[in-house]
Design a protein around this ligand. Structure first.
Ligand SMILES: NC(=O)c1ccc[n+]([C@@H]2O[C@H](COP(=O)([O-])OP(=O)(O)OC[C@H]3O[C@@H](n4cnc5c(N)ncnc54)[C@H](O)[C@@H]3O)[C@@H](O)[C@H]2O)c1
Length: 290
């Protein structure tokens, strides 16, 4: 599988990308591998084939990582069946229920990681939730319950996941979470989710400072708007996408695969010097002024 940018990246052995930096590197550094073989990556947040986490899982798998997948359990088992079928071709060696609002489920997931894998190399936090009513209209209408729930699921949850993963991380681990420009700009209707993403990005910096001792890196990818289950709850998501298509330097929004490619890079040793950052994968939209 190649990447959309052409030029620097060509397909090599199955599952391994080769970066040819002929124009940019000296001879000794010319040939580098984005190689995740031997790495164990736990991916949260796959709901369906539109999920950003699905794009990330596919790219991690293509680069050779062994995958573990979690799904949000519900009474009717809707997500479990769907996510199991979708991810089967990637042969996940862990498949566990995880509602981040249930501390017992978080504990159980990492007990399973310890028992089955013995270690973890990559943790992908790709989940968020806010009530539909909170994602439209005036921000000042937010209820304390709506505020607390959005912040708990979308921002706080990164901390307990990192806490449980911390003792299991091997040298040079990577934590990746997903943010959006609404963390730092007032985007119509994004409302409490913008506040949650601001808290998430700040959490990334504090967790990076904490986990750096173990050479574990913690970064956020701030993705451009993509149509998914979660984003369809945001009032005017299509307008957000059209606005990006009109104004972003690349005149389009991004794909799940492009976000996945950056996640694979951040998971790899090629990103060994990057931590505590928010990296924009948004076709350049965040640099525009008008
Ligand atoms: N789609 C976009 O435009 C966009 C842009 C930037 C960032 N993001 C972020 O990307 C991440 C993934 O969202 P997506 O757009 O792929 O939508 P999605 O609906 O495919 O994924 C959201 C996931 O969150 C999970 N989730 C919700 N509540 C949970 C809980 N209590 N416990 C565990 N899991 C829970 C859902 O099961 C789902 O898998 C989110 O953090 C979102 O804010 C999305």
């Amino acid at each position: 599988m190649g990447l959309a940018n052409g030029g620097d990246v060509v397909t090599g052995d199955p599952g391994v990308w080769r970066l040819l930096g002929e124009n940019h590197c000296n001879a000794s550094a010319r040939f580098m591998l984005l190689d995740l073989r031997g790495k164990k990556a736990l991916v949260t947040g796959i709901a369906n084939n539109k999920s950003i986490a699905w794009g990330i899982a596919q790219q991690l798998h293509a680069a050779g990582a062994e995958l573990g997948v979690t799904y949000l359990p519900d009474d009717k088992g809707r997500f479990e069946g769907k996510v199991r079928e979708l991810t089967a071709p990637l042969s996940p060696t862990l498949f566990e229920p995880l509602n981040v609002q249930d501390p017992a489920q978080i504990e159980a997931v990492f007990a399973k990681v310890k028992e089955q894998w013995g270690q973890i190399d990559v943790l992908v936090h790709c989940l968020a939730f806010a009530g539909k009513d909170e994602l439209i209209g005036d921000y000042s209408n937010i209820s304390p319950e709506g505020f607390a729930r959005a912040l708990e699921v979308s921002a706080y949850s990164l901390a307990p996941l990192c806490k449980h993963a911390k003792p299991l991380f091997s040298e040079g681990g990577s934590v990746i979470t997903l943010s959006y420009l609404g963390a730092e700009r007032a985007i119509p209707n994004y409302n409490v989710m913008g506040v949650a993403k601001a808290a998430l990005e700040a959490s990334v910096r504090y967790l990076a400072a904490e986990l750096g001792e173990k050479q574990v890196r913690v970064n956020a990818i701030s993705a451009g708007p993509i149509r998914t289950l979660a984003s369809s709850a945001i009032g005017g998501i299509l307008d957000m996408i059209h606005n990006v298509e009109e104004k972003a330097p690349l005149h389009r929004t991004v794909t799940q695969d492009e976000v996945g490619g950056t996640a694979a890079f951040l998971a790899s040793n090629l990103a060994s010097g990057i931590t505590g950052q928010t990296i924009y994968v948004d076709a350049g939209y965040c640099i525009t002024g008008m």
